[in-house]
Write a protein that binds this ligand. Structure first.
Ligand code: ADE
Length: 418
């Protein structure tokens, strides 16, 4: 079996952490029981490019329990948990190619290694696998039945491929399922972004000025958590609707240059490039903390920060301090890579349970192929979203009411008013 792993000796530690996560993945657990019985993925080759975490390990082994052959690589050079890779290789015998901190060449080499397994299904988080496949390994396209995409950034890239007529197979946008973005993006990113900032800096949130760039689901979640810890939260937005929502949610909304001068901590959560630039760094206070929670490391213009700096030193794990000409210090966290996975452990298992349940059911849906999907980006079928919500509630012991017959009739009629 081929693999690339930092150190196989980490395998036993990884196994325990994977088991710990599994205890909080009951929805995937129910799916795994059915997959073991029914083997809906028998003989299906899957190439997965995902953050290699304890939760992803459980996803991979559940796919295997359903009969699939899985090969896994990282979807970000700095999100890999090396003990998890070791455990997947040693205990699960899943070909896994990921080393935390790998450079760009090794990162893409790993993507190519999973593509070498001639996948029938692709699972992506950020669309690097799909884009490499379409650019460099087109001979594999004929064998591919479909794919899934985990995250907002990936879905945006894929929609651009669809618009340009270059997407060559159907892909299900897991991110757009309500049981994904309303929970994973909001509560998962919200909590784990704060976790990453805390683990790297040990700063006090209470009384700080926390500037969030972007008020999508990740921004909303992160702002709520920062506020809950006593920070004064400032939102920077370009979309008037979202900005208005932030105002009515009780936040201060201001332009980025104004925010740059007053903030203590800055977090980018936009999915776009060059959000924090030279003109922002020039205005920041001494000791400002700068982090990114978006998928790619393009939101903070690091070359601009390097250009302004006369000195740079690593202060703690995941903290590089840039000293500017006038003596001000700006602290960049996690090399500008997504801070929740670079400095913490990513979203907790309890929320990944829902995202990955959507993944599992979407892969099964693609493999069964009844719908004959065309070469576009498709939503997760409503039934899957609803099933994941019901299973999650059941796993939490929460029961809900059903509509009475009278209520159903009322909702279906147009004649009845006051
Ligand atoms: N994305 C964010 N958190 C994650 C996690 N824990 N596992 C996999 N992908 C993630």
């Amino acid at each position: 079996m081929q693999y690339d792993c930092k150190d196989l000796k980490l395998a036993d530690a990884g196994k325990k952490r994977i088991e710990w996560a599994w205890e909080n993945m009951p929805v995937c657990g129910l799916i795994r029981e059915r997959f073991e019985r029914e083997k809906p993925l028998e003989g299906v080759r899957i190439a997965a490019c995902l953050h290699v975490t304890t939760e992803t390990a459980n996803l991979a082994s559940t796919l295997r329990a359903g009969g699939a052959e899985v090969a896994l690589c990282a979807s970000n050079p700095l999100s890999t948990q090396d003990d998890v890779v070791a455990s997947l290789v040693k205990h699960e015998e899943i070909p896994t190619f990921a080393v935390r901190g790998e450079d760009g060449e090794r990162y893409y080499g790993h993507i190519k290694a999973v593509l070498d397994t001639k996948p029938m299904i692709t699972m992506d988080d950020g669309a690097d696998l799909v884009s490499t496949l379409h650019k460099e390994r087109r001979e594999l396209l004929a064998g591919i039945k479909g794919g899934t995409e985990e995250t907002t950034t990936g879905v945006i890239r894929l929609r651009s491929m669809e618009r340009n007529g270059v997407l060559m197979y159907p892909i299900i946008a897991i991110n757009d399922a309500e049981t994904k973005h309303l929970f994973d993006n909001r509560y998962g990113t919200g909590q784990s972004t704060i976790d990453g900032i805390l683990r790297s800096t040990n700063m006090l949130f209470a009384g700080s000025r926390f500037v969030a760039f972007g008020y999508g689901w990740c921004g909303r979640g992160t702002a709520t958590r920062a506020k809950g810890m006593g920070a004064n939260v400032i939102i920077v937005e370009v979309d008037p609707l979202k900005a208005l929502e932030a105002v009515m949610d009780g936040y201060t909304v201001m332009q980025s240059l104004e925010a740059a001068a007053v903030g203590d901590v800055f977090v980018t959560l936009t999915g776009d490039t060059s959000i924090l630039r030279k003109e922002h760094f020039e205005r920041m206070k001494d000791g400002a903390i700068v982090a990114n929670a978006g998928h790619f490391n393009v939101e903070i213009d690091i070359p601009a920060l390097e250009g302004l700096a006369v000195d740079k030193r690593t202060m703690r794990d995941n903290v590089v301090q840039y000293v500017l000409k006038d003596g001000r210090k700006i602290n960049l966290l996690g090399e500008g890579r997504l801070i929740n996975l670079a400095a913490a452990e990513g979203h907790p298992a309890m929320v990944m349970d829902m995202s990955f349940a959507n993944q599992l059911l979407a892969v099964e849906y693609l493999v069964k192929g009844k719908a004959g999907l065309d070469k576009r980006v498709h939503p997760v079928p409503r039934e899957i979203d609803g099933a994941v919500a019901s299973l999650k509630l059941a796993s939490m012991g929460v029961k809900i009411d059903e509509l009475t017959e009278k209520q159903k009739r009322y909702l279906a009629s147009w004649e009845e008013g006051t």
